[in-house]
Design a protein around this ligand. Structure first.
Ligand code: NAD
Length: 289
């Protein structure tokens, strides 16, 4: 298959390489010359403009920073330039309203489009083990699955267009909330006189178990290995968690949902990022308690 891949950053670079490894002809584009050159080394064909990259392709995959950029790339350079009938897959994490708007514009112009945001970080992008949550019709999902599989551990049909972004924002809001709760419980255990390793052993087998505690313990030297053991370097940056919480709060406002814990989690990450913690793994909230 001929696939255009636009946005070859931390995530997109590895994803495009995995599509090339699976035997697809990957037309790569990024504004960064460095990212483009790296894609060339990884088996992709570098292109210098988006319209050239999408000419004659079967599918276009985008992995871009935000909704404004996604909308600009599709409306200026993809819609009307890619062959009619091509499949568009936006894997970026963006606001729900833009995801639905861009998909509607694409469909109106004779294309198929799905939102397909991912769970899993840079290591999963490089290793081809991302989880894709896909918002699309049944027919579009089947086509999307074939394109996404070389990059995936799991490809899940969330529902109609937009449902992938809904799944992503709900998952990451929940993740932020249980991460903060895990940090608070570990700090309280220690301050109240319980060895935090003992607390981990007990709560990870009790009703407090959750991914943040069991698999990504945010206290250095306690429980499961995580970025906490490396001064919170690597992992999932707090600035990216804040981005996802802002999208979730926007989505909640539009949907009329009440999310007091989500609002509070957003305020906690906002303060942490304002204090210079944006590049630290999101488990570093532990250091503030
Ligand atoms: P990144 O900043 O590393 O990469 C984005 C790339 O897009 C950059 O290379 C940039 O040059 C390129 N770009 C920006 N504007 C462009 C344009 N107009 N045309 C072409 N290229 C353009 O970001 P990332 O970490 O790879 O994240 C990409 C998306 O994946 C985001 O939506 C993010 O929220 C989501 N995501 C990231 C992670 C993570 O752990 N990094 C995990 C899950 C989801």
């Amino acid at each position: 298959m001929k696939i255009a891949f636009i946005g070859l950053g931390n995530m997109g670079g590895g994803m495009a390489a995995n599509l090339a490894k699976a035997g697809h002809e990957v037309h790569a584009f990024d504004l960064s010359a460095e990212a483009l050159a790296k894609a060339g080394e990884n088996g992709c064909s570098p292109f210098t403009t988006v319209p050239e990259a999408v000419a004659g392709v079967d599918a276009v995959v985008t992995m871009l920073p935000n909704g404004g950029i996604v909308k600009a790339v599709y409306t200026n350079d993809v819609i009307g330039k890619a062959p009619k009938g091509a499949l568009f897959l936006d894997c970026s994490t963006i606001d729900l309203a833009t995801a639905r708007e861009v998909a509607a514009l694409a469909v109106e112009a004779g294309y198929e489009m799905a939102d397909a945001p991912v769970s899993g970080g840079i290591a999963a992008a490089n290793g081809g083990t991302l989880t894709f949550m896909v918002g699309a019709s049944d027919a579009t999902f089947e086509k999307a699955k074939a394109v996404l599989e070389p990059m995936a551990k799991a490809v899940i049909h969330a529902g109609d267009v937009g449902a992938g972004q809904v799944a992503k924002m709900c998952n990451n809001m929940l993740l932020a909330i249980h991460m903060i709760g895990t940090c608070e419980a570990l700090a309280l255990a220690e301050k109240a006189g319980l060895d935090p390793q003992k607390f981990y052993e007990i709560s990870s087998k009790s009703t407090g178990y959750c991914w943040s505690l069991n698999d990504y313990t945010p206290a250095p030297g306690i429980g499961a290995a995580s970025p906490a053991d490396n001064d919170y370097a690597g992992g999932f940056a707090s600035a990216l968690m804040l981005k996802d919480l802002r999208l979730a709060m926007e989505g909640a406002a539009t949907a009329g949902a009440t999310v007091p814990m989500g609002e509070h989690a957003k305020a906690i990450y906002e303060a942490f990022v304002a204090d210079g913690g944006g590049n630290k793994d999101f488990g570093a909230i532990f250091t503030t308690l």
